[in-house]
Write a protein that binds this ligand. Structure first.
Ligand SMILES: [Mg+2]
Length: 419
C-alpha cells in the first residue's frame, strides 16, 4: 500500500489571454465562480475529499496572488503549497520548479478545467513499468475546440491539433494525468510544454497510456464557459451523501474493533464504496466508538484505523469523504468520555455535523446501518435509513439507491445527479 498516490500538482500559471480583462488581475483559476469561492477552491476541495493531501500549486503569472491566498493553507486533511516559476517557461518549465517536491508518482491537473471523475480510481489504475504517464480522456460530441487523442489498446498513439473541420465524437485530453516524477527528465529545452512537447514524444515511444472516463467537464478558458461555470459549478460541488455505519456495514462487527488486523471487510464493501464514488456521492462514515469511553483503546487508535482503511480503499480506487466517530458513553470508565452525547447514535449529532461541514444535497442522501439505533439517528437527522441485515453490501447499496432515486430524477451521463 506504499504506492497510494497522495500528491496532486495543479497548473495555475496560465495567462488566460482568451478571457481578456476578466483575468487581468488574477490568474484564471482564481476567478470567482461565486462570491468568495474561486474555481481553484472547487478543484482543491475535490482533491482533498478524494484523499489527495499534498497539493502543490505550480504558479507563474501573478504568482504572488496565488501564494497570498493559498500557500500554507489546509483544506480538510490536505496541505497546500505554492511554487512560483520565476519566468514563464511553459508547463514543463513550471513542473521542473517543483522537481524536489515530487513524489515518485503524482497527479497533475490543469487548474482551469474541471473533470468530475473519481480521481482516486485514476490514481489506482495499473501502470506498466514502461509507461511514464496516464491521461484521463473524455469523449465529446463536438471536438472542434480541442485537439484530439488517438488511443489504441489503452496506449496513446498520437495527438491531432485543434481543427474546426473535425466533426463527430472524439477523445480529448481532459487535463488530469498520473505522471512519474521521471517525466521531468524529458524537459530538455525551455520553454517546454507538457501537452505539446512531452506528451507527443512519449506517445511516439509508446510510453503514454490513456483511459476514457465520463463525467461533467468544463474548461473556464472562454468568457462564455466561465459564465457557464458560474451557473453550474456550485451544483456540481453539492452532492448527495451516503452515510455508512462502520462496524457491521463496512467491516464485520467483532466487538470493539480498533486494529487493522481486526478488519474483515463485509463482502462487497469495497466495491460498494467504489461504485458510490464513481456515481458522485459523498461517503460519510458515522460510527459509535464507545470502546474509547470504556477504556478498551485510545481515541488515537480510531484515527489510525481510519487512516489504514483509507489506504486499503485507495488501492481499489475508492475513498471516504469523511469519518465521524463518537467516543462518548454515559457509563464510560474514562471520565472525560463519560457523557450522554448527541453524537452517540441514536442521536443525530454526527450526521448533523457532516451536513453542516460538507456541501451535501440532503434531499437525496440516505444512511445504511445494521442496527435500529443507526436508523433512528438517520430519522432524527431527517434522512431515510436502510437496515443492512448482512449479505453483499454492493448489492444492498444498489438496491437502496434505486429505492431512493426512484423515477423522479432523470438519469444523466456522468452520475445520477449531474446538473
Ligand atoms: Mg454497526
Amino acid at each position: 500500500m506504499t504506492d497510494v498516490i497522495r500528491q496532486a500538482c495543479i497548473l495555475v500559471g496560465g495567462k488566460g489571454t482568451r478571457l481578456g480583462d476578466l483575468a487581468r488581475m488574477v490568474p484564471k483559476p482564481l476567478l470567482e465562480i461565486a462570491p468568495g469561492t474561486t474555481f481553484l477552491d472547487l478543484v482543491i476541495g475535490e482533491l482533498a475529499r478524494q484523499g489527495f493531501n499534498d497539493l502543490v500549486l505550480l504558479a507563474g503569472h501573478l504568482g504572488d496572488v496565488v501564494r497570498e491566498r493559498y500557500d500554507g493553507r489546509t483544506v480538510a486533511a490536505a496541505r497546500v503549497r505554492v511554487v512560483i516559476e520565476p519566468e514563464p517557461r511553459g508547463t514543463g518549465g513550471a513542473l521542473t520548479c517543483a522537481g524536489d517536491l515530487l513524489t515518485p508518482r503524482f497527479l497533475l491537473l490543469n487548474g482551469d478545467s474541471l473533470f468530475d471523475i473519481n480521481m482516486r480510481a485514476l490514481a489506482a489504475e495499473p501502470m506498466a513499468a514502461d509507461v511514464e504517464g496516464l491521461l484521463a480522456l473524455r469523449r465529446i460530441a463536438d471536438p472542434a475546440r480541442y485537439g484530439t487523442v488517438a488511443l489504441t489498446d489503452n496506449r496513446i498513439t498520437g495527438f491531432r491539433e485543434k481543427n474546426p473541420a473535425v466533426s463527430g465524437p472524439a477523445l480529448i485530453n481532459a487535463g488530469i494525468y498520473v505522471l512519474r516524477a521521471s517525466v521531468i527528465n524529458r524537459v530538455s529545452t525551455l520553454p517546454c510544454s507538457i501537452e505539446t512537447d512531452i506528451f507527443p514524444a512519449l506517445a511516439r515511444e509508446g510510453r503514454l497510456a490513456g483511459v476514457e472516463r465520463e463525467g461533467y467537464f468544463l474548461d473556464i478558458g472562454l468568457p462564455e464557459t466561465l459564465a457557464q461555470g458560474r451557473r453550474e459549478l456550485l451544483a456540481v460541488r453539492r452532492r448527495p451523501a451516503v452515510f455508512l455505519d462502520r462496524d457491521g456495514v463496512l467491516n464485520v462487527d467483532h466487538g470493539y474493533v480498533h486494529r487493522p488486523d481486526q478488519i474483515d471487510w463485509i463482502p462487497g464493501a469495497i466495491a460498494a464504496v467504489r461504485s458510490l464514488n464513481d456515481l458522485g456521492y459523498r461517503i460519510v462514515v458515522v460510527t459509535n466508538q464507545a470502546g474509547v469511553a470504556h477504556g478498551h483503546y485510545e481515541e488515537e487508535a480510531v484515527h489510525t484505523l481510519h487512516a489504514w482503511m483509507r489506504d486499503a480503499l485507495a488501492a481499489h480506487g475508492a475513498f471516504i469523504d469523511a469519518f465521524y466517530h463518537c467516543p462518548y458513553h454515559p457509563d464510560g470508565k474514562v471520565e472525560r468520555f463519560r457523557l450522554a452525547h448527541v453524537d452517540r447514535k441514536p442521536g443525530p449529532g454526527m450526521i448533523l455535523r457532516a451536513l453542516a461541514d460538507l456541501d451535501i444535497d440532503k434531499e437525496n442522501s440516505f444512511l445504511i446501518g445494521d442496527k435500529q439505533s443507526d436508523i433512528a439517528a438517520a430519522e432524527a437527522a431527517g434522512i431515510p435509513g436502510f437496515l443492512f441485515a448482512g449479505g453483499n453490501l454492493a448489492e444492498f447499496v444498489d438496491d437502496c439507491r434505486k429505492r431512493r432515486v426512484g423515477a423522479a430524477l432523470g438519469l444523466q451521463a456522468g452520475g445520477e445527479f449531474a446538473p
